[in-house]
Design a protein around this ligand. Structure first.
Ligand code: ADP
Length: 190
């Protein structure tokens, strides 16, 4: 089962991706986590993306696509995965579709966490990550609106978009996501 978890910064994608990971026993692939690890390790990739991330901008498509393709080639991804933070632009989604088509697979479901701008702002204020300063948050939201939100229509047209209310208790949201995904794969507990 190939799942994309979609939503604005602060929608709770990371939290919910972890829940899906344990419910369905497929790995969470978070591009934000991979890039932050590269920055912390001061690897060549990290040195390249560090300043871009600190500014709240998106790293170049060609770069992130290479990173994701490499990660998805690992054996733990053979039964599927949850993508968190990728794709973030239409070209990224097109590349993912093409890569999956080459191996006879597809994105089964795009869970779109629906959260209002006001809630996003409130959540980002309380978080305190290195790239959570006011201006950087504004920049990330701008990038989201301009480059990422058009993906909703892209996946809608392919019939795989499943909007889920992203406000409420973490458990309630996790249950709503699990019941949506249960039609694509069996949860571990059943
Ligand atoms: P958020 O908490 O806003 O969802 P992430 O942790 O997913 O953010 O990503 C943090 C930063 O990493 C982004 O602001 C961006 O600079 C970079 N990044 C992560 N994923 C991608 C991607 N798919 N394309 C381009 N840049 C990305």
């Amino acid at each position: 089962m190939q799942v994309v978890l979609f939503g604005p910064p602060g929608a709770g994608k990371g939290t919910q991706a972890e829940r899906i990971q344990s419910t369905f026993a497929i790995p969470q692939v978070s591009t934000g986590d991979i890039l932050r690890a590269a920055v912390a390790a001061k690897s060549p990739l990290g040195k390249q993306v560090g300043p871009i991330m600190a500014a709240g901008e998106l790293v170049p498509d060609a770069l992130i696509i290479g990173v994701v393709e490499e990660r998805l080639s690992h054996s733990d991804c053979a039964r599927g995965y949850i993508l968190d933070g990728f794709p973030r632009t239409v070209p990224q989604a097109e590349q993912l579709d093409a890569a999956l088509a080459r191996i006879g697979k597809r994105v089964d479901c795009v869970v779109s966490l629906e959260v209002s701008d006001a809630v996003v702002h409130a959540r980002m204020k309380g978080r305190g990550r290195a790239d959570d300063g006011f201006e950087v948050v504004q920049r990330r939201l701008e990038e989201y609106r301009k480059l990422t939100s058009p993906l909703k229509e892209y996946y809608q047209r392919r019939g795989v978009l499943r909007p889920i209310e992203g406000v409420g208790s973490i458990d309630d949201i996790a249950r709503a996501i699990a019941s949506t995904l249960a039609s694509f794969a069996r949860p571990l507990s059943r």
